[in-house]
Design a protein around this ligand. Sequence first.
Ligand code: NAD
Ligand code: MG
Length: 386
Amino acid sequence: MMKRKVLLLGATGSIGKQSLDIFKKYVDSFELTSCSGFNNKEALKEILHTFPSIGTVYCSFEVLSYLKNDYPKVQFYSEKDGLESFLNHCDFDLMVNALVGFIGLKPTLYAIEHDKELALANKESIVVGGELINSLLLKHPSAHLYPIDSEHVAITKCFMGRKKEDVESLILTASGGPFRDLTRDELKNVTLQEALKHPSWSMGAKITIDSATMVNKGFEIIEAHYLFNFPEDKIKVLLHDESYIHSLIEMKDGSFVADIGPHDMRIPISFALFNLNYERTPVPRLALDTIGSLHFRKLDEARYPALNLARFALKEKGSLPCVLNAANEAANLAFRENKLPFNKIEEVIENVMNSHRIIDHPTYEDLCYVHKISLEATQEYIKGAK
Ligand code: NAD
Ligand code: MG
């Protein structure tokens, strides 16, 4: 494969760092020309040191002031210039979007509009802008979107060599998060430290909390709908404690196809970076004979109201998934800042969603507006609820 120029957004985050691990191993396949990292100056400095090929960087103005003099040949951009101006100055074939939150939507649309390859970890882009993204992909057939989320990579692998019409349903596996054995009542007093301890994956703070509330799995239902074009009621969720089965598809003859492997994001990241091809990864092998048993349990959707909220947003479509995402961003942050108890997160989201008047087929500008007013409405609601 030709050496491709890469723009890595969110280089200092969990997915970003694991992508860098792959770029280090495959210097003949990838040339990292540009990256973004927001406010972790030491991490960004280390990246610039390790990858002298980087010529363009986006970071906070504070970090820019700290790094600029040490790297006179690098062009720096900050929030003062805006993300779009940075994107316009990047030279890349492949964008890896590992930003967290709504802010990832703009670069996702940008990559497609400019006929680039896009390895997409930022699932919020698809949740918020799924319709927009799919209609842009139709207009830009030479652009490609490769998901990074482990469940969606697993399903992509399961589909290979199979006909879509033979597939009856998609089954997303869920570990259930750190509180899977607690009742709703017992969720009242859980702490941030407990919520940040995911049973199988080590990830950024926001998605770890989203996994504990199951908002993450709700987002993944929406993501699966837009990526694989399956109706909401054909996308199921199954509790699977060990997280070795990354997802399954159910075939019309009654058999299942599953993707099994270690829980290490470098495997799905590598599959996306190599355009849906299997490559060697630096991941330790999983010895299946040491696993013992695998467990599956029915998911009690009443125990996890976030799943119903996501299913509802997906059925209603329009601007409602954007409200779901914004209310969750604000509520998730409020929990992390000790301003909202864990078991109120879904209640807050539901209330903000209920008071929204849906805009059908929203444009990017509509989504920015809805995102902003929904963040504000959520913050107000949280203040009032205290
Ligand atoms: P993270 O918090 O570890 O990293 C986020 C990155 O975004 C950081 O580099 C940060 O500097 C940057 N960033 C944050 N706010 C910014 C802003 N305002 N402007 C510019 N940059 C900003 O997050 P993560 O866990 O790596 O997750 C990234 C995305 O990947 C999320 O959408 C998440 O849902 C998805 N994802 C993550 C995992 C995982 O294992 N971590 C798995 C599946 C999907
Ligand atoms: Mg996932």
